[in-house]
Design a protein around this ligand. Structure first.
Ligand SMILES: Cc1cc2nc3c(=O)[nH]c(=O)nc-3n(C[C@H](O)[C@H](O)[C@H](O)COP(=O)(O)OP(=O)(O)OC[C@H]3O[C@@H](n4cnc5c(N)ncnc54)[C@H](O)[C@@H]3O)c2cc1C
Length: 400
């Protein structure tokens, strides 16, 4: 169904995909007094039901292996902490709370421990509060957890934990709409170039809309949109499972977002708990495939939980869902910036499971590129598309 028709035949900026990245871009454009242009956001489903944004776990961390990702999350944390009730008319009831229970990485091999040592040095040189715990210290800090096979842990409770990503998304969108950005529901089926630049976007209903700049915020369909301008983007849909469970016995302390060496992660979720993992074999899937792997909860997830926290032997699964990562197969990192040849085609893609927390820095960055043709605040140029052409990876090792 078509919701709203575009008011104009031509826009300064068209954004394909209106979820967190599209809306963050629209927010930062409409907030910038140096930009007086017209912006159109096109999304094929304005309920966003199947977007990654609607299926996220909504956590933020400083514990990355790449310095640029630490800096991005630092900006996000400060941005979120500055949003307060002054913004209530854009859908923020109160401040967005960042619950700093932190991430707890568990290393069970020397190689994995060495990565934690190196990451901690780098993260703290940038001002984060990561600290290392050996087995004895970890058992003291989290007495309910089994560390018998663990050599080293890292934990950080500064700007690291859970925040309400849906509120942030609503805020970006509401702010943009109230500042004149149009949102329409339609599917972009083609992009027409003229003289080496994007000229027109073709919608499913046949309408053609012109633009000065086009931003690809299509999530797991980023590759499909890029293909329309003959560009091969290394981004594919990968399944991720989330499980919410209740424990019969309670704990007297929050469980940090614990990254088990098995690849399964779990944390407190209010009074309940949340666990997540990928499928047994992680391969690209059809974007319409939201089926769960049979018995994965019983056979794979629950045994890991019960081994790590003994009271999780008696738990009850209360909810689960399947979501897709827009997985960057090249180096598992964001791809931002304009196409090296098609200068008015912009990427904001490939977030590989850490996009929600990156949306403030990414939205700001893309708005700066569009308005000033350069990054003015945080330099995100190491994440530009050009690195893929040059085959220079900015490999993020701490992928969850
Ligand atoms: C299970 C799970 C857990 C996660 N946990 C975290 C976390 O804890 N922290 C974190 O930072 N990140 C997390 N992420 C990642 C984060 O959710 C994503 O990186 C982020 O939501 C990506 O937002 P996006 O706007 O790029 O894409 P999406 O949210 O997928 O939105 C893309 C939009 O593009 C639209 N679209 C696509 N093609 C077209 C077209 N042709 N025409 C019009 N519209 C189109 C779609 O309808 C969709 O609304 C998680 C993701 C998953 C799946």
């Amino acid at each position: 169904m078509r919701i709203k028709v575009p008011k104009e035949k031509k826009y300064d900026v068209i954004i394909i995909g209106g979820a967190i990245m599209g809306s963050a871009s629209a927010y930062f454009l409409s907030k910038n007094s140096d930009y007086n242009g017209k912006t159109l956001v096109i999304d094929k489903d304005l309920t966003f039901e199947f977007s990654s944004t609607a299926r996220t776990n909504s956590c933020i961390r400083q514990q990355f292996s790449e310095p640029i990702n630490v800096k991005i999350s630092q900006f996000s944390a400060s941005f979120i902490s500055r949003l307060n009730k002054d913004y209530f008319k854009f859908g923020l009831p109160t401040q967005i709370n960042l619950d700093n229970f932190g991430y707890l990485y568990l290393a069970n091999t020397k190689k994995a421990a060495d990565v934690l040592y190196a990451n901690q040095l780098m993260q703290n040189s940038l001002g984060s509060g990561t600290y290392l715990l050996e087995k004895k210290e970890a058992s003291k800090a989290f007495p309910f957890m089994n560390f018998s096979d663990i050599l080293l842990c890292s934990h950080n409770t500064k700007d690291e934990g859970y925040f309400d990503g849906q509120l942030l998304f609503e805020f970006f969108k509401n702010y943009a709409v109230s500042h004149g950005v149009e949102y329409i529901q339609d599917e972009v089926i083609d992009v027409i170039l003229e003289g080496g630049l994007v000229k027109t976007v073709i919608l499913k209903d046949g309408e053609a809309i012109s633009c000065e700049n086009l931003v690809n915020c299509a999530g797991t369909n980023a590759k499909g949109i890029s293909k329309m301008v003959n560009c091969d983007l290394p981004v594919e849909a990968r399944k991720r499972f989330s499980f919410v469970f209740d424990s019969e016995e309670k704990l007297d302390k929050k469980v940090p977002l614990t990254i088990d060496p098995s690849g399964i992660h779990f944390r407190s979720d209010g009074e309940r708990f949340l666990a997540g993992c990928g499928p047994s074999e992680d391969f690209p899937v059809d974007r319409s495939d939201f089926s769960i792997e049979e018995n994965i909860w019983e056979d794979k997830v629950w045994p890991v939980l019960a081994n790590r926290i003994s009271i999780f032997d008696r738990i009850k699964l209360v909810n689960w869902w399947v979501g897709h990562y827009a997985f960057n197969t090249f180096d598992q990192n964001a791809i931002i910036g304009s196409h090296p040849d098609i200068k008015n085609f912009f990427f904001l893609n490939g977030f590989s499971g850490h996009g929600l927390q990156q949306s403030p820095a990414m939205g700001r960055g893309i708005s700066e590129l569009i308005i000033y043709n350069e990054f003015r605040t945080l330099d995100l140029s190491t994440l530009e598309f050009e690195r893929i052409r040059k085959n220079e990876r900015v490999l993020e090792k701490s992928i969850i």
